[in-house]
Design a protein around this ligand. Sequence first.
Ligand SMILES: [Ca+2]
Ligand SMILES: [Ca+2]
Ligand SMILES: [Ca+2]
Length: 493
Amino acid sequence: MIIIKSLAFLGTFAMCQFDPNDISMSGSFGSVTIDNQVYNQVSFRPEIPIGNLGIGLDLYFYIDGEGNFYKENWDFSNTKAGYRTILDKIYYVRWGRPTDQVYVRAGALLHSTLGNGILVNAYSNAMEYPQIKRIGLDLKASASGIDFEYIQSDFKRIPGLMALRLSGEVMPKVSLGFSVATDRNQIAGLPDRDDDKYPDIFDHFPDDNNAYDEALVNEEAWRDTWNSSVDTANFPFEDWFNQLPLNHNNYNPNDNKNSDAISAFSFDLVYKLNSSMNLYSQFAQLIGETENPAIEDNSLGMGLVPIGLQARFGPINLKAELRSNSRNFIFNYWDRSYDVTRVAYDYDNAKIITRESQLYRYGKMSGIYTEIYANVYNLLTIGMGYQDLTGEQWYDDLEDYIDDSNRSLNGSIDVNTSIIPRLKMAKLFYMQNNVENPFSFDKTPSTVYGYDLSFKINSNMILLYKSRTTFVDFGNGIESVNSAQFETQILFN
Ligand SMILES: [Ca+2]
Ligand SMILES: [Ca+2]
Ligand SMILES: [Ca+2]
């Protein structure tokens, strides 16, 4: 069993250390608990560029209190183990840059957007790295005037996202795009530590990939009992065994009811105004069913951006959209947090809850979406996203829609710390999604804020401090939950 204790946010931070333009390397210290034994973790994350090729590695070592290495992650005893050992150390491999004719990135995906993002926007498959290492693919190619893009979030397990886009110029300055996206089985997103297809909650042995059923442990002994004491001709073993009062596992990963897909398609039209400005329209339809407790029609809805503008003015990047959607739809369905919101298990009601099943909460709405990123005199990078939609919002107590607003506000400030001695990084962020008025700053479960600070202790050692505040409703009002993390990082330049 592996529990990553203090590395929860480390992955996302270490990514920022990469400078893809030349060889760069970062490393870190942390602690990890494996089989109830605490190990110190030392890791190195270099990117090695070879021409068009770039390889990002994640080399890590676990050392116990007596200085012994945990060797299981470095097993070259046979070909299969050696292959696994090497594959496990590759963070990503890329070929080219996103703007090249051919661009391929395999492994960790940090920011993948399909077209103008109505379906797939800023998707990352590395939100749970390093606990869950997904091997994804983002491939872009253009040939004979057709642009092609394919994204797959994982090749090791059933992926939460497979998406394809084709686009091409239909008249001067105007291009037409078509995209499809699917999550073949959202339920496959339930945590499964031992990867035996039995999610942890349905696995009697969640850390043993050869066992999943307590009743089966003594199967052979029960078979002997059956042989000696039962009318075996008229009472087959399976039938007899299954009616024994043992802890049988009734979950069957191959059962159709444990599979639930969601798909979507979209069209978009882009008009190039000039080299720094695009106008666009996009339309998307989600395909699947939600689980509205009160209304019969459960088919998923569609969303439309009749007009959007994307522009870059020097240091300012701007995006503005008019948005309008039917019931049972949200924009950017596959977003940054998709892998962590794909599916959850409701213990109170013993029920699997997919993201798709909750879409009924979003009624018919229309409004605006804007985002702006600005670099202020190289001192600060300010980012702000704001969505203001009005229309129907699901109200649990009434089991019906009410007229309401759905607003979201995201903001972040990155301080360029090169002007402040010793301070290596300073970042503040605030986020609140899908509330009536985010400017009243009422705390809700969708509120997250925090900051990251890192200090240079000497030329190659950095101390990192991260603070996060979230809000949880434990049933008697909203309470804040604070988490703080310390990390020591070593830089090799
Ligand atoms: Ca399992
Ligand atoms: Ca198991
Ligand atoms: Ca479905």
